[in-house]
Design a protein around this ligand. Structure first.
Ligand SMILES: [Zn+2]
Length: 142
């Protein structure tokens, strides 16, 4: 029993650790590119080093892992059974950093959007990808 929980937890954390160029992010990148949207990647001189940067629109997108960034109410965000306090603190720190990042971006006149990995991961999510791309296009042009 405990093994199953640990395994699931471990695999969730391992998938979150591969933070750059992860598969869900690649799915989104491909779909945006196919829609003719051009972006830069992981721009280091912007707050939070956003995953996707649309300079023309002064807009950025972060693809957030649901575990590390504490996606509220998401089935992919469950605290591990062990060392709960440790994980809670760690994720609280990450969320605070995310808030600071969005504030900093706003202060310098950049717009900010979060796409959660769970929006990209499941087969259902993949089917809904064109809709998400449409929403992003609309947001960029708003
Ligand atoms: Zn999620």
């Amino acid at each position: 029993m405990a093994d199953i929980v640990d395994k699931a937890t471990r695999s969730r954390m391992m998938s979150a650790v591969r933070s750059k160029n992860t598969r869900p992010e690649m799915l989104l990148r491909k779909a945006l590119h196919a829609a003719g949207l051009r972006y830069r990647l992981h721009v280091a001189d912007l707050p939070g080093r956003p995953d996707l940067v649309f300079p023309k629109y002064r807009a950025v997108i972060f693809v957030h892992g649901c575990f590390w960034h504490g996606h509220e109410g998401c089935p992919d965000f469950r605290l591990p059974e062990t060392r709960r306090e440790f994980w809670r603190d760690k994720i609280q720190t990450n969320r605070q950093r995310d808030r600071n990042t969005s504030d900093s971006l706003q202060n310098i006149g950049w717009r900010y959007m979060v796409v959660w990995e769970c929006q990209l991961r499941s087969a259902k999510a993949k089917a809904a990808l064109p809709e998400l791309v449409g929403q992003i296009e609309k947001w960029l042009n708003s």
